[in-house]
Design a protein. Sequence first.
Length: 139
Amino acid sequence: MKSYRKELWLNVPARMAFVNITTQVDACLGESGIREGFVLVNAMHITASVFINDDEAGLHKDYEEWLEKLAPHEPVSRYRHNRTGEDNGDAHLKRQLMGREVVVAVTGGRLDFGPWEQIFYGEFDGRRKKRVLVKIIGE
């Protein structure tokens, strides 16, 4: 069995955004040489997420509005976490809702997706450099 590891670095200029990272993950799979196995992709920051869904602008806007209703950024005083001097209490909750990681099967050297599936990095406290781990295990 082979193992491959790579960190993808992102610096999203907005506070909240969704970035399609499918191409980068697919490139990692090609570098790994693994034909059968699994890809784990996870956000290595507690205010960011990795998830799978459709790459459709309306859906992404719906996510933004839904997350902002569930965990609005303002007023920052509503979050006990922000009493530490932070202003990102909402980002921690948004990450919890959208998830930390995804696992995708690898079949025949390709990401084994259903129709329309893509891998996204969700940023909820942007404006600084953050990592995404890509770990591939298989043969």
